[in-house]
Design a protein around this ligand. Structure first.
Ligand code: CMP
Length: 165
């Protein structure tokens, strides 16, 4: 699975987004998905699942020894979530900017967390923070055949200049 499409020069990337249990319970999933669509990103994979402890430990491996890990694991495994992969030009940074700061109290208005949450732990979404993380995280949640990235998006040439792709 390649996070960056085609040649190494391509700026089209994939990134993982999780819609967390708080957003699911608050019926915000539709609004959150809409924000990514409105930005022009393509949804290339999506599923609903309940995270297991094993999956949480792999996904949040860098946080395993942090004091907040136990609470994070309990929260993320408590209820179903939506996992999705979105694709677009420089999607990893674009999505991080759209999602806003981890602490939703500090996230700017206009960002998803800034508009929809007010908590550090219940911050409605997770997004991969680097190309390495995106590659690892996408593989944890999706099999190759669950990623629908074989078709060139019809609007791509309308939305981007050739030298942006
Ligand atoms: P997320 O982007 O999913 O990545 C790790 C998560 O840990 C983060 O969002 C927060 O929801 C959660 N978290 C809880 N406490 C902290 C903390 N003190 N620092 C960073 N992340 C925290």
């Amino acid at each position: 699975m390649q996070v960056t499409q085609g040649s190494n020069q391509s700026k089209i990337q994939k990134t993982l987004i999780l819609i967390k249990p708080d957003a699911m319970e608050r019926k915000l999933a539709g609004q959150i998905i809409t924000r990514f669509e409105q930005k022009g990103l393509d949804i290339v994979a999506i599923k609903m699942l309940t995270m297991t402890k094993e999956l949480a430990q792999k996904h949040y491996a860098q946080h395993l020894n942090k004091p907040f890990y136990k609470g994070l694991e309990e929260f993320m495994c408590s209820r179903p979530i939506i996992a999705m992969v979105v694709q677009g030009v420089e999607a990893i940074e674009v999505v991080r900017n759209l999602v806003g700061a981890t602490n939703a109290r500090k996230a700017l208005p206009g960002t998803i967390r800034g508009d929809l949450a007010n908590s550090l732990s219940s911050n409605v979404v997770h997004a991969s923070d680097s190309a390495e993380a995106a590659e690892k995280e996408i593989k944890l949640f999706f099999k190759e055949e669950e990623i629908f990235d074989k078709h060139k998006p019809i609007l791509q040439d309308l939305m981007y200049a050739k030298d942006e792709l």
